[in-house]
Design a protein around this ligand. Structure first.
Ligand SMILES: Cc1ncc(COP(=O)(O)O)c(C=O)c1O
Length: 461
């Protein structure tokens, strides 16, 4: 435990406390008190340096403290700090919407802005519902999502991904979405390979739609590349083509939740572009769009859908902070950075180095059962036994151990179980898209140190 962490955990309680006073005591772990951050690095109050190897939950796409983005935000704040969309228009809103629509191309002309991923997903849910009402199909009410999936923390976005203990929690508050299995590639049922299982998962979507009645199904929400729920699962192209075909056939909107995997993270500006013949109807963005400098999210939808809706029913939902001028200015500057510094290409090139390094580490550390990902989004699955893929029991808290050894090695890691550990434990490696070759090597060296101490500790249990 670092000195800053010790001091924090020993500190006398303050009146308010940091956010984690709300977390269950059992999951409240010592964490460094971060004082500042720049580029890919963070420093705690004792001056100890860490590399931010996961951008928090894959947020800080262009690293910390980007001067261009900060200047753009400060300029915007000095010029026009705030204007409410119901009573005024603002140029920053217009410019960001135009830029996103131009980048996304035909089929994604209309841009509805929000203050983060959960809000944007919430808006996408409202949008598909309003579309059904505007097109005279009120019976379309059901949403389908993957199991496991994560789509956010508002009541509606939580209900989209909810399973297990969240279902009784939401009872009476929200309708939990119907689920079909996610096309995970590592822990597939006996007799299956990744591809054949993925096709089974696609067939499950068709069965689910037919069981519910296609006339009742509004939309299928999918993370094109898995994030915090599955740990960087990349589906085979055949799966994406098949779910696209099924959605089209049964008149179900396909909504790509690119909150985590969009805006360059996967080596394409939009993750959906990895499968150009399976493009979604709606794309939801957040995280990397504000790049951690500002809370920002967006729903991209076809002009035809939005304009028709505006004629009939309208989509009359707003709140105080959507299209906030300072957040929009930040988003525009983030997009300019990504474009001018060719960060999507950098994500591909440096991501290939990370993949290579992780596969080499897997050769040395048997605790690594699987390496998966794409672009600058990588996960290593931690196993007790590689040949049987046996998982660590929950009591071992392997994720927490990995995070702690990462911190000791100067690496900030994001680690989680999938589906409440039903589908294993993984650690994510997703540094800012700005990472250089030398920084990539440094990340891998620190990870090697962390894995060495983790491996020794686990072997001694
Ligand atoms: C795929 C996905 N969708 C939605 C969200 C919610 O976004 P936010 O945390 O910005 O509200 C997340 C957050 O992790 C996410 O990973």
């Amino acid at each position: 435990m670092t000195i800053a962490m010790e001091r924090e955990s020993a500190a006398a309680p303050t009146a308010g406390g940091t956010q984690d006073v709300f977390y269950s005591r059992s999951s409240r772990m010592p964490r460094p008190m971060i004082a500042r951050a720049e580029g890919i690095r963070m420093w705690d109050e004792d001056g100890r340096e860490y590399i931010d190897a996961s951008c928090g939950p894959m947020v800080s796409s262009i690293g910390h403290g980007n001067a261009r983005v900060i200047d753009a935000m400060a300029r915007q704040a000095r010029t026009l700090d705030y204007a409410y969309t119901r009573v005024a228009r603002n140029r920053a809103n217009l410019a960001l919407a135009d830029r996103l629509a131009a980048l996304a191309g035909p089929g994604f002309e209309r841009v509805h802005l929000a203050s983060g991923g959960s809000e944007a997903i919430d808006n996408a849910i409202k949008l598909v519902r309003q579309h059904a009402l505007a097109t005279g199909r009120p019976q379309k009410q059901r949403l389908i999502a993957l199991s496991p999936s994560y789509h956010g923390g508002t009541i509606a976005s939580l209900a989209l991904g909810a399973e297990g203990g969240l279902v009784p929690f939401l009872d009476g508050l929200a309708v939990v979405a119907d689920k079909v299995p996610a096309p995970v590639g590592y822990r597939v049922p006996a007799g299956h390979g990744a591809e054949s299982y993925a096709m089974d998962c696609a067939a499950a979507l068709e069965r689910k739609i037919l069981a519910l009645g296609p006339e009742t199904v509004l939309a299928f929400f999918i993370e094109p590349v898995g994030g915090l729920s599955t740990g960087a699962v990349v589906p085979p192209p055949s799966y994406m083509r098949e779910v696209r075909r099924i959605c089209t056939r049964y008149d179900v909107l396909m909504v790509a939740d690119e909150v985590l995997c969009g805006i360059g993270r996967t080596g394409e500006l939009f993750a959906a572009r990895h499968w150009p013949d399976a493009m979604p109807d709606i794309i939801v963005l957040a995280k990397a769009l504000g790049g951690g400098h500002a809370p920002l999210g967006a729903v991209l939808a076809p002009a035809a859908m939005v304009d028709h809706m505006a004629e009939r029913t309208g989509f009359d939902f707003s709140y105080s902070y959507n299209a906030h001028p300072i957040a929009c200015a930040a988003g525009l500057a983030v997009l300019a950075e990504i474009e001018e510094r060719a960060l999507v290409a950098n994500a591909r090139a440096r991501g290939a180095e990370i993949e290579h390094g992780l596969r080499a580490l897997a050769g040395r550390f048997p605790v690594i059962g699987d390496v998966r990902g794409i672009g600058m989004l990588w996960a290593v699955e931690l196993v007790r036994d590689r040949s049987s893929k046996a998982m660590f029991p929950d009591a071992v808290q392997v994720n927490e151990r990995a995070v702690r050894h990462g911190l000791d090695a100067g690496l900030m890691l994001y680690a989680r179980p999938s589906a409440g550990s039903r589908l294993g434990h993984w650690v994510m490696l997703a540094p800012p898209l700005t990472v250089t070759r030398a920084e990539t090597a440094e990340i891998l060296q620190r990870l090697e140190r962390a894995l060495a101490t983790l491996g020794a500790e686990l072997a001694a249990l």
